[in-house]
Design a protein. Structure first.
Length: 108
């Protein structure tokens, strides 16, 4: 039908942040379970947020360095994988963070 098949693969209709999220869930099962499982004892903030907050490491996903030098986040996840996927999907991360990926260069 004019150059594309029907039905359309659902992933093909996703924006880059949606594609990143699906791939992140495929590769990081613990994170996907944390976000979607809503297990007792899991902070409400870890599953009650927008995908963009996770992708851009905002809010409970933000990494901070404590006074003793330890890195901490309210909601744990594989930051290395996230940053690799942001690079793969060309998602520019504008906020300064503790450790930035190739395309995560602040333009401030």
């Amino acid at each position: 039908m004019n150059g594309f098949s029907m039905p359309v693969n659902p992933r093909d209709n996703l924006a880059p942040d949606g594609q990143l999220f699906v791939e992140l869930c495929d590769k990081d099962k613990a994170l996907c379970e944390l976000i979607t499982g809503r297990e007792p004892g899991t902070s409400f903030l870890c599953y009650h947020s927008w995908v963009e907050e996770l992708i851009h490491e905002r809010g409970p996903w933000r990494e901070v360095i404590e006074s003793d030098g330890k890195r901490k986040s309210h909601c744990p996840f594989n930051r290395t994988l996230m940053r690799e996927l942001r690079d793969k999907y060309g998602i520019i991360h504008h906020e300064k963070s503790v450790s930035q990926s190739k395309t995560s260069v602040s333009k401030m």
